[in-house]
Design a protein around this ligand. Structure first.
Ligand SMILES: [Zn+2]
Length: 307
């Protein structure tokens, strides 16, 4: 286990412990998850697909992703892992052909006690609903790999296991979708250094008419939060987080996510949306904005076409 892995592991434990403590304080009765059969037979649209994972336990969430892919006849690969930190299964779907690979990640697990709607059922729903259009969107020579990871909440364990077990040659860039269901302004984060991939991503967003610091934000390394892309970044691949946030909260969010000491205190007091429900029992499907899901979907379509 490398020093980096030790860091990820400790971070995962703190994360889970803090969530348990927060969720003990808030005892809202959880909404029942949508019947799985209904979601599997329902429309292939992000808002309808929220119910695939939201409100379910982690083993059910994992099984639900595989069940949806099977029900739609989508070929996928399974990547199973087990370490002393935990175990789970990542699912991999590839669309298109070519040597260059764009990796889009959405983790399917949630922290204990949270319905996990914005973190991260929304992101899984967005990627699944994108699938039928991906073949048309991907330019020649580009393969798009959708990676649905397990155990992100355990220090990115699923993504680390995937990076350990998989050759990474040809990967042009990685985006990990996190908190994609509340807000109107996109954030590409952990993206301090300019790279050709970052330029393609921001170019695609500009092409949609979005403007820097309004429609989208490019943010440097975030000390307190993280996501699966960090496992790839650690291996030298350009890899960023992709999130949507309310523009009116942009200043509060910047203060919140960029100053760790302050964040820990605010964790216990007032957290700006979307962090007010993050890792809590309040992260329910009812809080998700359909317009946010659609905005992230359109951004991804443009990013795939420009990658
Ligand atoms: Zn997450």
């Amino acid at each position: 286990m490398s020093l980096r892995d030790v860091g990820f592991f400790v971070r995962g434990r703190i994360n889970a412990g803090l969530s348990r403590a927060l969720n003990r304080r808030r005892a809202a009765p959880p909404a029942a998850p949508a019947p799985l059969g209904q979601v599997l037979a329902g429309p292939c649209a992000p808002h309808a697909l929220l119910g695939l994972l939201a409100g379910r336990a982690n083993d059910e969430r994992e099984a639900a992703v595989a069940a949806w892919l099977r029900a739609r006849g989508v070929p996928f690969a399974r990547h199973r892992f087990e370490t002393f930190e935990g175990r789970g299964e990542n699912f991999v779907v590839e669309v298109g052909s070519g040597d260059r690979v764009l990796v889009l990640i959405a983790h399917h697990d949630a922290v204990p006690g949270s319905p996990g709607a914005n973190d991260n059922a929304a992101a899984v729903a967005i990627l699944l609903s994108l699938l039928p259009r991906l073949g048309r969107l991907a330019p020649p020579g580009l393969r798009v790999r959708l990676l649905f990871t397990a155990c992100e909440e355990l220090g990115y364990l699923g993504a680390r296991a995937y990076v350990r077990d998989t050759p990474l040659g040809g990967i042009a860039g990685v985006l990990s979708l996190e908190l994609c269901g509340i807000g109107d302004s996109l954030a590409v984060w952990d993206a301090a250094a300019p790279t050709p991939f970052r330029a393609r991503v921001t170019g695609a967003l500009e092409g949609l008419g979005l403007r820097a610091d309004e429609g989208y934000h490019v943010v440097g390394r975030i000390p307190v939060f993280g996501s699966d892309h960090r496992a790839f970044a650690g291996a030298g691949v350009p890899a960023y987080g992709l999130t949507i946030v309310p523009l009116r909260e942009a200043d509060a969010l910047r203060r919140f996510v960029l100053s760790p000491g302050r964040s820990v205190l605010m964790h216990l007091v007032r957290r700006p949306p979307p962090f007010d429900t993050y890792h809590t029992s309040g992260d329910a499907a009812a809080t998700i904005h359909p317009a946010a899901l659609d905005r992230v979907s359109r951004a991804l379509e443009a990013i795939v076409a420009a990658a």
